[in-house]
Design a protein around this ligand. Sequence first.
Ligand code: AMP
Length: 186
Amino acid sequence: MGIVFIGPPGSGKGTQAVRLSQHLDVPHLSTGDMLRAARDEHTEIGNSVHDFLVSGRLVPDPVMLELIGGRLKEADCVGGCVLDGFPRTLAQAEALDEFLSTHVGPLDVAIVLVVDEEELVTRLAGRQRADDQPDVIRRRLKVYKQQVDPIAEHYEEKGILRNVDGIGTPDEVYQRIQVSLQGVER
Ligand code: AMP
């Protein structure tokens, strides 16, 4: 089962993506986590992405494709995965389609967690991450807004888009995600 999780920073997509991946027993691949780990380990990719992470700008597509392409080729991804934070550009979405069609099989669902901006700023202001400073938060939300529509449209055209209301307790949101997957699970 291949699932893409899309949501603005602070939408709770990481928490929900982990829970869903455990339920489906497939790996949870968070590109944000992978980039932060690479940065902390000072790998070549990690050193090259430091400034993007600090400023909240998107890491260039070729770097992202190298990172995620390598991970998707690993044996544990053969039965699918839950992608969290990828794709973030149309070019990434198209590259992912191509990769999956040759290696694993097409995506089953793209879930977009919908949370309004006011709620997100309040939530993010309570977190302690370096890229959760107010000006960086605003940039990350702006970057998200610019990128999400073309990606959502791409998955809408494929008939696999599910918009899920992200306001509520984590349990409530997870219930909605499960409802949105009815008829898809295999
Ligand atoms: P996240 O934890 O998903 O919010 O990602 C944290 C940061 O990692 C983002 O603000 C971007 O700088 C970078 N990042 C994560 N995923 C991607 C991606 N698919 N494309 C470009 N940059 C990314």
